[in-house]
Design a protein around this ligand. Structure first.
Ligand SMILES: NC(=O)c1ccc[n+]([C@@H]2O[C@H](COP(=O)([O-])OP(=O)(O)OC[C@H]3O[C@@H](n4cnc5c(N)ncnc54)[C@H](O)[C@@H]3O)[C@@H](O)[C@H]2O)c1
Ligand SMILES: [Zn+2]
Length: 773
């Protein structure tokens, strides 16, 4: 035997052991994926295993064998029980690249190997499963999955149920034999409908077993019946696996609800064809022309393919769909780039698992798997009870996700997730993260069902629908539920309301927490302007660590009231020395509150947390009426007539004042020094307009008007008897525009409203419109 240094031998042994373990794992994942339509890990993890195996084989070429997963087309045909067929020509996989640089490199290398100019055909990589349609003299004789590339599973009957699969090709002159390759997929919209149907079938299955139990002795086990319904009609985790299972299911073995589900699943399948096999001499010279031929035969080709004469075109295509990934009807996991010239396909050839004339560029994954640690119910500002998922931190689409809303108990049910499940989590770009569903195969029996609490987790009041038939539950204790007070106080401090520095999420929590070892300083927001330094010291915040559920008290001084909640949660893991003496934070907050008392009326209207009354409606009301008393005294018609208000808001305003504790807020804030009026406002709307220079005119001020602040300009309009509107409409008489004016100016131009500058504005408010001409 050849002399091998000891160190090398042991590292080879270690590599060998690792490669063996990797191979076993990959084969197990492939079997689940291709034959049982299940992803036991997310794609990135699977790709990582393949990548590691390739690396080991590169370092130790002696490890590589012909049947290594790096050399074979994934997928077998053994366990599904479907009949098989040998493809006339092998079906291959695709090699992958993961960055634009690698892709460019591949294009350059391939063009070099071709030795002449190459045209690039770029297509979307459809996230579905491959199908092989065998046509003999224009008639479909079989349809099969890819299988291991040589032998596939027969799915002819199901394939014929697809509207996209013609049994006979149109046109004439069909070859004696051709294999048409394509991708079967479920469009995103159809996938959503399919999961809605699964949820409905789950309910019907449960109802059926309840019905059946009536004829039998013994108690009906509801839990068991629900679990069984959930097993029969699980939520599908992603369109790819749902499509694969849909094409491969054995319809003749199903009946009742199962058959209904199966037919719906087959019915949602679509096809785009993207290649041919076993046709040695097609009458065209390029892949793109092949598509033209296939289309002529009545086969659907993708509308998204492009031919580029250079690599820049390829990269531009990749970038375009990187941004518009979700504007496509189906899911894509990347881009496929193909050499367009057919002659080059023969010259470049293929490896044992992939052609050398095509490559797949993979986008970063948007779906990962993580553990659902808990489902927690949070109570919002309006009392709405929202269950949300607390998950082990997962990295997806460039950020770390730990939480996702589950909306309400019906959504939790529809998704079919249990606490403790491995779940598929999706986050696409800037889109809000979403739990798609459970990986049912990974359950070990310790998972438990989420039960919507009967009572508010923060104040113990029984939860109830706002009105009969509502799915969403609310805590009806609007006045004193700490969660709702906290939400309202945070809203009061927000930028669109009183804009109080130090009164954010944490500040609001500090003032309303019921769990600190003393009464919370605020029972409701009515006392906001009566807060004293004694009450505020020491401010403590109790935080709940979202991962461990642990509750901790933060001593004063260990945080800043403006610190976002997230950071506080991290702080909670460290120890903080208690700080003695008067709190700077508390003093700052009191100063800020004092300053806020003289802020504009509209800000106070927003701060009242009246439904539908945001900054726009509040400004409209404040501009027109000038005082809260005038608003309270107005009729529904008078309120609704104000530009930017309308009937819904008018009702919400009037309703709000019918509740005693609401009125109490107004009175206590007034007693603490809040004005509830715009100084110098001449009184409601048109009444005031009678004698000013702007009588009966509506003016919009926008941009920086020299000599006026934003509020100053509005006051000037009102003082002159005009109406200061916040949006431009046909009723607007003048738009005073300064630098920085944006959409309002554009709108004015569109509508032909007269536009004036700062100097003209001054003339207008002092002397009236006649002075302008
Ligand atoms: N999560 C798991 O457990 C698991 C297990 C196995 C495989 N996978 C995933 O499956 C993929 C690997 O599987 P693969 O070998 O099928 O390779 P692949 O999906 O990377 O590429 C080859 C396939 O792409 C398809 N395709 C889609 N659009 C196409 C187009 N326009 N032109 C040509 N072909 C197109 C074809 O069906 C072809 O067979 C990886 O993304 C991997 O992560 C995941
Ligand atoms: Zn409550």
């Amino acid at each position: 035997m050849e002399q091998v240094p000891e160190a090398t031998r042991t590292s080879l042994q270690r590599a060998h052991a690792e490669a063996e373990a990797l191979t076993a794992r990959i084969l197990e994942l492939r079997e689940a994926y291709y034959e049982r339509d299940t992803s036991l890990v997310d794609d990135a993890e699977y790709d990582g295993l393949i990548h590691r195996l390739e690396e080991l084989e590169r370092l130790f070429p002696e490890l590589q064998s012909q049947d290594s997963p790096t050399q074979t087309v994934g997928g077998g045909t053994e366990t599904s029980g479907l009949a098989t067929i040998v493809h006339a020509e092998r079906m291959l996989s695709l090699d992958n690249v993961f960055s634009a640089d690698e892709l460019r490199e591949w294009c350059v290398k391939t063009a070099d190997a071709a030795g002449r100019p190459v045209h690039w055909l770029t297509e979307l990589k459809i996230d579905g499963l491959a199908i092989n349609l065998r046509y003999e003299h224009g008639v479909l004789t079989s349809a099969a999955t890819r299988g291991d590339g040589r032998t596939g599973e027969l799915v002819t009957e199901n394939a014929l149920r697809l509207a996209d699969v013609p049994e006979r090709l149109s046109g004439t002159g069909h070859p004696a034999l051709v294999e048409v390759r394509g991708e079967v997929f479920i469009p995103v919209k159809a996938f959503e409908r399919l999961n809605a149907l699964q949820a409905e079938l789950r309910e019907r299955a449960f109802a059926e077993s309840e019905e059946r139990s009536k004829g039998r002795a013994g108690a009906f086990d509801e839990q068991k019946a629900r679990a069984s319904a959930a097993r029969r009609f699980p939520a599908f985790a992603n369109p790819r696996n749902a499509a694969s299972g849909g094409l491969r299911q054995q319809l003749d073995k199903k009946d009742g609800l199962e058959l209904e589900a199966a037919l719906a699943r087959v019915g949602s399948l679509r096809l785009y064809v993207h290649g041919i096999g076993a046709w040695p001499d097609p009458p065209v010279a390029s892949q793109s022309e092949i598509y033209g031929l296939l289309e002529g035969w009545g086969l659907p080709t993708t509308p998204y393919s492009r031919v580029s004469p250079d690599v820049d075109g390829v990269i531009a295509y990749v970038e375009h769909y990187g941004e518009h990934r979700h504007d496509v009807e189906h899911e894509i996991d990347g881009i496929v780039v193909k050499v367009d010239e057919l002659a080059l396909h023969d010259e470049l050839g293929a490896t044992s698992r992939a052609p050398r004339w095509a490559i797949a560029y993979k986008y970063p994954p948007e779906e990962v798997q993580t553990t659902l640690l808990d489902i927690v119910v949070s109570i919002g500002r309006t009392g709405r009870a929202t269950p949300f998922a607390v998950m082990a931190p997962a990295h997806v689409s460039g950020s770390t996700v730990r939480q996702a809303t589950l909306h309400n108990q019906d959504v939790v049910k529809a998704k079919g997730v249990l606490i403790g499940d491995t779940v598929v989590l999706r986050k696409a770009g800037d889109v809000i993260p979403e739990v798609l569903g459970p990986v049912v195969e990974k359950r070990d029996g310790t998972e438990r069902e989420f039960v919507m609490p009967a009572d508010c987790p923060e104040c113990g009041t029984p939860l109830a629908p706002a009105k009969e038939g509502d799915v969403d539950l609310r805590c009806p204790n609007a006045r004193a539920c700490p969660a709702q007070v906290r939400g309202r106080v945070e809203h009061i401090g927000s930028r669109g309301a009183l804009d109080i520095e130090g009164l954010g999420e944490v500040g609001a929590a500090a003032l309303t927490q019921p769990e600190i070892p003393r009464p919370a300083p605020l029972e409701t927001e009515a006392g906001l302007f009566d807060l004293t330094l004694e009450q505020l010291m020491p401010i403590e915040v109790v935080v709940r660590d979202v991962e461990t559920g642990e509750r901790k008290t933060l001593p004063d001084g260990s945080y800043d009231l403006r610190t976002p909640f997230r950071k506080i949660v991290q702080h909670a893991r460290k120890d903080h020395p208690a700080v003695e003496g008067p709190s700077e934070v508390a003093k700052t907050l009191l100063d800020e509150l004092e300053k806020a008392k003289t802020k504009e009326l509209w800000r106070f209207l927003v701060a009242l947390n009246i439904r539908h009354v945001g900054p726009v409606a509040a400004r409209a009301l404040a501009d027109w009426f000038g005082s809260l008393d005038a608003i309270r005294g107005a009729t529904r018609e008078e309120l609704a007539a104000v530009d930017g208000v309308g009937g819904i808001i008018a009702d919400a305003v009037l309703d709000w004042f019918t509740i005693d504790w609401h009125v109490d807020i107004v009175e206590r804030w007034a007693a603490a020094g809040v004005q509830w009026a715009t100084p110098g406002h001449p009184g409601p709307g048109n009444a005031a307009a009678a004698d000013g220079p702007l009588a009966g005119l509506t003016v919009v001020a926008t941009g920086a008007l020299e000599g006026y602040t934003r509020e100053g300009a509005q006051e000037a309009i009102i003082r002159a008897g005009g109406k200061a509107a916040s949006s431009v409409s046909k009723k607007t008489d003048f738009v005073a525009a300064g630098p920085g004016a944006g959409s309002k100016l554009t709108k004015a131009e569109e509508l032909g409203v007269r536009i004036i500058d700062a100097a003209q504005f001054r003339i207008l408010v002092e002397q009236g419109p006649a002075a302008l001409d």
